[in-house]
Design a protein around this ligand. Structure first.
Ligand code: PMP
Length: 414
């Protein structure tokens, strides 16, 4: 096993060389849940696109525009394959997970939920999968049920069944929490949701980069993710939706490209997926996303999962030896998907992050866009360290070395 671990550590070091940003200085980048760095394969693919293939896609009939259209539709195919969607028309490009979740709330939510209907969601959701439903509920007179995670960060089947009732028309849930790192049993919850005829919306922002996500196997109705957490550029993400649902949903944004026919009196809508993609789309970003997916395919999720679990175990073991440091959520590294959130007795997370910064360690401090969860946990803010496929033991050592000094820097004795 040690041999395998060593081989994986060597591979992580090699992978790190693919990421030009790490050649610009010496720092430990441990804020991968916020955004990941980009490999040269992604940067080169985008550069090639802008050098040789850029034009407004989907409308021009000349060679360059056709190339841009082809590149864009190839990206859709790549995402469909990556998520194992039945067909590429089920993939809608958006800017990020936030826009994707809003698309679902604005279109499905406003068309198909009615006063008196109910929505279930965990209290641990990121604001992006919280506020769209909260606002929809206010607008339409819906009731929200908040599910509470147990000490491991898990929503249990029992607590889910206790709330589930025929008035529930939609369940929204992140597969992996951006604070607790734990994975929820999405397949089970989607099945229970379907038993009462409701739809299941999955926030895949933190799961898609860390584990193989198969939308048909999970049988979710919708799933949203962001490219920038997946080693792709910012400004591109996707929503998967089951075709039969997308087809009956009204458009999200109106304008060019999403119409079939327009008169002074009205308009009809383009076929899927274009009905949901108004205006000029982000082809450069989509090309970057294709390259990121093929990079991940080469690295493989079996490496990513094993590597992140063992590095997370090393990280958590180190943290547990340091007095006054408290890990939030599960003590089992396998449950963390490379995300570990913690508090230090008597030290505010902003001071913690500032001390890490002066040690060239990038971590995140604050409420992590999950204020209802912070309230539930009884702490206004925490610090989060999160791993990516290129992180090494050296990065974790730099983090642990800085962590050991924090109480001392803040004037506490032992
Ligand atoms: N959901 C979760 C679980 C997240 O971690 C994030 C990003 N922190 C989002 C949604 C929103 O992603 P974005 O900001 O890229 O839209």
């Amino acid at each position: 096993r040690n041999g395998m671990e060593l081989a994986r550590e060597e591979l992580a070091k090699k992978l790190k060389e693919d990421f030009p940003i790490f050649k610009t200085g010496s720092f430990a980048y441990l804020d991968n849940a916020a955004t990941t760095q980009k490999p040269k394969q992604v940067l080169e693919a985008m550069e090639h696109y802008y050098h040789a293939e850029n034009a407004n896609p989907l409308r021009g009939l000349y060679e360059l525009s056709l190339k841009a259209t082809e590149a864009y539709e190839e990206a859709r195919e790549a995402v469909a394959k990556f998520l194992n969607a039945k067909e590429s028309a089920e993939i809608i490009f958006v800017r990020n997970a936030t826009e994707g979740l809003n698309l679902i709330a604005y279109t499905y939510g406003r068309a198909f939920l009615q006063e008196g209907d109910e929505i279930m969601l965990p209290v641990s959701e990121h604001h992006s999968n919280f506020i769209p439903w909260q606002q929809l509920a206010k607008e339409k007179g819906l009731k929200l049920h908040f599910l509470e995670p147990n000490e491991e960060g898990i929503i249990t089947e029992e607590s889910f069944r206790a709330v589930l009732n025929p008035k529930v028309k939609l369940v929204a849930m992140a597969q992996v929490s951006n604070v607790l790192g734990n994975i929820q049993d999405i397949k089970l919850f989607a099945k229970l949701t379907h038993e009462i005829g409701a739809v299941f919306v999955c926030d895949g922002a933190q799961s898609v980069p860390h584990t193989k996500v198969d939308v048909q196997d999970l049988d979710v109705d919708f799933l949203a993710f962001s490219g920038h957490k997946l080693y792709a550029p910012m400004g591109i993400g996707a929503v998967y939706g089951k075709k039969e649902l997308l087809e009956k949903m009204p458009p999200f944004l109106f304008g060019g490209e999403m119409i079939e026919y327009v008169t002074k009196e009205g308009a009809t809508w383009a076929e899927l997926p274009h009905k949901f993609e108004a205006g000029t789309v982000n082809v450069g970003g989509a090309v970057g996303l294709t390259a990121a997916i093929s990079y991940l395919d080469k690295v493989g999720f079996s490496f990513i999962e094993e590597r992140e679990a063992e590095l997370c175990a090393y990280l958590m073991e180190g943290m547990e030896k340091i007095p006054h440091v408290h890990i939030v959520g599960s003590k089992d590294p396998k449950r963390h998907h490379g995300i570990v959130t913690f508090t230090i007795d008597g030290v505010h997370p902003h001071d913690i992050a500032a001390i890490f910064n002066s040690n060239q360690v990038c971590v995140r401090a604050g409420h992590h866009c999950a204020q209802p969860l912070m309230k539930f946990l009884g702490t206004p803010s925490t610090t989060r360290v999160s791993l990516g496929l290129y992180n090494t033991k050296e990065d974790v050592d730099a983090f642990l070395a800085a962590l050991k000094t924090i109480r001392g820097v803040m004037g506490y004795g032992e």
